[in-house]
Design a protein around this ligand. Structure first.
Ligand code: AHM
Ligand code: MG
Length: 322
């Protein structure tokens, strides 16, 4: 089995490899804290503060943010980062010669932290637009998702896995916790063309646009030739986990616009973009209900966007209705 470092040595340049190395090191620490679930430091529960988009921060959100920031700041290949947990991007002092910037949600699925349900770290890596040797600028982070040179997520679940792409297919690595190494368990992964699961928070149903209501109703009603239902509903409320299941089994994840949240809930720059880049590498795609997520030019660091993402057949059906 290929080890992550070996894979990176052959699939990417030294700078990208060192960024992944930093993510790997940070993910060991976060994975351990997540698995302790209250046995270790006092790290469960609410922090008592709000993040950039007004969500309640959990202690583990803040912990993960610090751990990833320290690792990425020290790797020397990242000129700056933008995190869900901070209002502004941060230029890493002393790293002005680095060529890359990273956008990250250090711990996604916060509402699942205290209940031992899967959560994840999501990240997208871009080549900066500003000249090396200078301080990074906001524009470096407001690039369309199409410009990502690599992306990935770390899923802290029954096992910890890193799912990544450096532009040449989607690869899944599993953490061997005793050796502290990620080993590749699946390469050039393709999402099943059709799926089994539709993942959406149906409590918002009354609030959905008519076309989305039609699609959800279609998923509820659709039968196979043998008369059994074709689709099933699955929703964890943790993007990495819902995405991961649908990646393996086939399916669609939707966080749409609702009356309460006219632009949805998920953030384009560090949630929608990395996940859509990964899904595209796996043969699926993602939209905001109208256009390809990867074509949207962000205007704000923390801007939200509706997200429809998954297997092409289910996506086509959803888009047909939209
Ligand atoms: P977070 O970044 O604050 O954790 O929010 C993102 C999460 C996603 O992982 C998940 O799919 C969604 O929020 C669930 O939201 P809801 O509870 O409204 O269905
Ligand atoms: Mg989050």
């Amino acid at each position: 089995m290929t080890e992550l470092n070996e894979f990176l040595a052959s699939e990417s340049n030294a700078a990208i490899a060192s960024i992944f190395k930093a993510i790997e090191q940070a993910s060991f620490i976060v994975s351990k804290e997540v698995s302790y679930q209250g046995l270790g430091a006092d790290i469960l529960g609410a922090q008592g503060s709000e993040n950039s988009t007004g969500d309640q921060q959990q202690k583990l959100d803040v912990f993960a943010d610090h751990v990833f920031e320290r690792a990425l700041r020290n790797c020397g290949s990242v000129a700056g980062w933008a995190s869900e947990e901070a209002d502004e991007f941060v230029a890493f002092e002393g790293c002005e010669n680095a060529e890359y910037v990273i956008a990250i949600d250090p711990l996604d699925g916060s509402s699942n932290i205290d209940v031992n349900v899967s959560i994840g770290t999501i990240f997208g890596i871009y080549k900066r637009l500003s000249p090396t040797g200078t301080t990074v600028q906001l524009q470096d982070f407001l690039q369309p998702g199409r410009n990502q040179v690599a992306a990935g997520y770390v899923l802290y679940s029954v096992s910890t896995q890193m799912v990544l792409s450096t532009g040449n297919g989607l690869h899944i690595f599993t953490l061997e916790p005793y050796k502290k190494q990620f080993h590749r368990v699946a390469d050039h992964v393709k999402v099943p063309a059709d799926g089994k699961c539709y993942s959406i928070n149906e409590v918002n149903f009354d609030d959905f646009a008519p076309a989305l209501k039609d699609f959800v109703q279609y998923c509820r009603d659709k039968k196979q030739e043998n008369g059994k239902r074709k689709y099933t509903g699955r929703y964890i409320g943790s993007l990495c986990a819902d995405f991961h299941r649908n990646l393996i089994k086939g399916g669609i994840y939707i966080y749409p616009a609702t009356g309460e949240a006219p632009n949805g809930k998920l953030r384009l720059v560090y949630e929608g973009n990395p996940m859509t880049y990964l899904m595209a590498q796996a043969g699926g795609y993602g939209t905001d209900g109208v256009q390809d997520i990867l074509e949207i030019v962000p205007t704000q660091l923390h801007q939200k966007c509706p997200l429809y993402i998954g297997s092409p057949v289910m996506m086509n059906e959803a888009m047909k209705q939209a």
